[in-house]
Ligand binder design. Structure first.
Ligand code: ADP
Ligand code: MG
Length: 360
């Protein structure tokens, strides 16, 4: 079998969409491999739902192409696409039992009652709701309703599963356990999944790859660690994780911030900005004897401190005037004091060049 064809379940080419004069999607290209878990991460209004609705067939693009398993599906109906979908607001049928809800897609496909019941029960088992088959949606908690919606979306063995902010109505604990559960199910069934969220932590935890969207365009696509450690722009860097960004100019093997602070980089880079993640910075009380070979040691003062359970987040001001956020592992009684003079150290490889050209 041709491995490329086999690999791509979804291929989107140059998809554009406008509402009136407003452009919801620029020109989107996206390829999703079989069995892949791809997250579309972006702020509200960035075009995530519009893209998903075009993939599902609820909305037509102005131009461009949507192919599923190598077939042009741009103009196919939603039913013809064999796509399972879960929305934020459950969207269960209130007058049907849990089992009837899950059987619904099978009835639509004219599958006989016996086999349909069997498959629906198996799908309910896979989301740990086997015992709730005869209840009605209103007799379930939010998390349980969302698991029913998930069972209904996978019961007909869709070629693609689309999830649009499915956990955003749930509290944090429940959201985290649902994340685990969906991830396990996705891996065990080998489901090709596109997941939408505006929650960066959720995206980092769950995804094989993340596509960061803003203003109707995909700004960057890559593994969670590529997105986190090698963001291609300020907008991606600041949207995913906490960041310290310094503007300045390259000098030899280093970088001089506008304030005059000089950083040694791991390799020379033509960049006008560097990114330093707060957890890569360390703080210490000045040692008695200075080690002159050590790189990127800055004199600094603690100007803010918050204990966040497990971590302490510091705000420190360098002698040059720059302010920087530092995240340190918390130890009871071991915190630095406000106003204390410390050394701030950051390894050259943790001072990451940020391309200025990629825009904000
Ligand atoms: P997201 O899901 O990322 O929050 P959406 O895809 O829902 O973003 O919306 C993207 C943009 O398109 C927004 O500016 C939104 O107001 C606009 N939009 C979405 N759907 C419609 C519609 N049916 N009519 C007009 N504008 C729309
Ligand atoms: Mg949306």
């Amino acid at each position: 079998m041709n491995s490329d064809k086999q690999a791509a379940v979804l291929n989107i080419e140059k998809v554009r969409k406008t509402y009136g004069t407003a452009e919801a999607l620029g020109s989107i290209d996206l390829c999703v491999a079989a069995g892949e878990f791809l997250t579309i991460l972006g702020p509200s209004g960035s075009g995530k739902t519009t893209l998903l609705r075009i993939i599902a067939g609820f909305e037509a693009p102005d131009s461009g192409r949507v192919s599923i398993r190598g077939m042009d599906m741009t103009w196919a109906t939603a039913a013809e696409r064999q796509i399972g979908m879960v929305f934020q607001n459950y969207a269960l049928f209130p007058h049907l039992t849990v089992l009837e809800n899950v059987m619904f897609p099978l009835e639509m496909r004219a599958i006989r009652r016996g086999p349909a019941t069997e498959r629906a029960r198996a799908a309910l088992e896979s989301v740990h709701l086997g015992a709730f088959a005869d209840r009605y949606p209103k007799q379930l908690s939010g998390g349980q309703q969302q698991r029913v919606a998930l069972a209904r979306a996978i019961v007909f063995e869709p070629s693609l599963l689309l999830l649009d902010e499915p956990f955003s109505a749930l509290d944090r604990r429940l959201r985290e356990s649902m994340q685990q559960e969906v991830k396990q199910l996705q891996v065990s069934l080998g489901l090709t999944t596109i997941f939408i969220t505006h929650d960066q932590d959720e995206a980092l935890v769950m995804s094989d790859r993340i596509a960061v969207m803003s203003g109707g365009a995909i700004r960057q696509i890559g593994t969670p660690s590529e997105i986190y450690y090698h963001p291609n722009s300020i907008s991606v860097a600041t949207f995913v994780g906490e960041s310290n960004i310094f503007d300045g100019t390259p000098v030899g093997c280093g970088f001089r911030a506008a304030s005059g602070a000089r950083f040694t980089l791991a390799a020379p880079a033509e960049c006008t900005r560097i990114l330093i993640r707060p957890e890569t910075v360390s703080l210490r009380r000045p040692p008695a004897a200075a080690d002159h070979h050590e790189k990127n040691v800055f004199s600094s003062t603690v100007i803010g401190r918050s204990f966040v359970g497990g971590f302490t987040d510091y705000r420190v001001r360098l002698a040059e005037g720059d302010e920087i956020s530092v995240r340190a592992v918390a130890r009871e009684g071991g915190a630095f004091e406000l106003g204390e003079t410390l050394q701030m150290i950051v390894a050259p490889e943790d001072c990451r060049p940020l391309s200025g050209k990629a825009g904000r």
